[in-house]
Ligand binder design. Sequence first.
Ligand SMILES: [Zn+2]
Length: 333
Amino acid sequence: MSSIKLTHIYNPSYDELGQTCFEFLARLGGPSVIHLDGQEPDRCRVILTLLHGNEPSGLKATHQFIREQIRPKTSVKIIIASVVAARTEPVFTHRMLPGQRDLNRCFSTAEKDLQSVLASAISEFINSVRPEAIVDVHNTSGSGPAFCVGVARSNQHRALASHFTHRLIHTDIRLGSVMELDFGCPIVTVEAGGAQDDEADVTAYKGLLSFVCSDNVFQTKQQVEILDTPRRLELVPDVDVSFGEQRLNGSSITIRQDIEKFNFGVTPANQRIGWINGDINRSLQLDSQSSSVGDYFYVENEQILTKQPLKLFMVTTRADIARSDCLFYFVVS
Ligand SMILES: [Zn+2]
């Protein structure tokens, strides 16, 4: 058993929630579960959100629909995870607290640090309520359209994604995220769009409303395109990165400042994505051993170019996230 206690709140009243999601956040003591009764109390759906403290769309959406006193189809458990990181000033800017591990990389470890213990408290709770479906709502750090991610591509996974978006990424990458665990039901990660984008809040709200109110949550709401087995372009540990309109001296890697414009579009072969000082394999790596950076990118005149048409997504222009997570994901287009 884990030693972190989740705070449980049952059917909060309009007044308990606060006028804004900032007030709502301030009233939560720490990692919390909001329990909402539904029309069919024997069935249960789980919403996870704020695993990353800088990704507020899921929290805003749940705050809004709880205030609207919507009665869900089934009982709903809303797990709000990184409350302390989220409300640490400046509010909604900390993915996790400084010095802590990324919570959504701690679900497959037996480590005893605070984040791993919280991850196991969350997974124990989810197992205890035997849900029929789970969604985990995030934002991307850069601007971009919504998409979902799953470790399976069944019709049920597609249907869960279809409440939110028309894209499902089927990934074989294992990072220790919650969607990799087997809860006996389908789970998808929702990337509602950029944390700063109003559209992401709307996507999260409409999607969650549809998720909690549908009679059959596995009935597809829209056609869903599958993007199969992306790779991650990562920095080799301790390599520095900058973002700029031209090569920046003193930086091993400079990624073009407007890289986000390639999100989900087709990036043709021979497209410059940045500049590099030295050997590409000393600075960049993929998540997988089965292929190498050189299969997809090459260097000419210190420019990093695509070798074949690619579809990039989850592109970031934040150096801290590029270092701790990755530059972007991609599939061959
Ligand atoms: Zn996230």
